[in-house]
Design a protein around this ligand. Structure first.
Ligand code: SAM
Length: 116
């Protein structure tokens, strides 16, 4: 069995920050407030509230959820596009310093052929 860990590279051109920004208001408007409240209500009361955002892009989930969560928050944003993460880090640290945002480039497990 041969397995290795390597950085993922997007197979396609990826998502542009401009397109993500254009879609964000419609995306937020389409989200279910009852579902958001149910999720927030089911969270542990332990503080800080820790959130792992997979495929985070430029941090849209932080902008949507931060106001629904307890004020003490720690976010870890993961994505395979370092350019989007750089924008997320810059903008969120500037605009939402109370959210304590950290970013990580995605690393995935690559299975070679024959790996069982
Ligand atoms: C439609 S965008 C959504 C971004 C963000 N969650 C939002 O709501 O604006 C999809 C995101 O998934 C990321 N992504 C796609 N495939 C991925 C993979 N295999 N590993 C990590 N990130 C991935 C893209 O880079 C992009 O930021």
């Amino acid at each position: 069995m041969r397995c290795s860990i390597r950085k993922a590279r997007p197979d396609v051109t990826g998502f542009s920050a401009g397109w993500l920004s254009l879609r964000e208001p419609a995306d937020h408007a389409a989200r279910s407030l009852p579902l958001t409240r149910a999720v927030v209500g089911a969270l542990s009361t332990e503080l800080p509230c820790r959130v792992l955002d997979l495929a985070a892009g430029t941090g849209s989930n932080v902008r949507y959820l931060a106001g629904h969560l307890p004020s003490e928050q720690r976010w870890l944003l993961v994505d395979h596009d370092p350019a989007l993460l750089a924008i997320a880090s810059r903008d969120l640290r500037r605009d939402r310093p109370m959210c304590h945002v950290d970013v990580r480039e995605w690393i995935w497990l690559h299975w070679h052929a024959g790996c069982a």
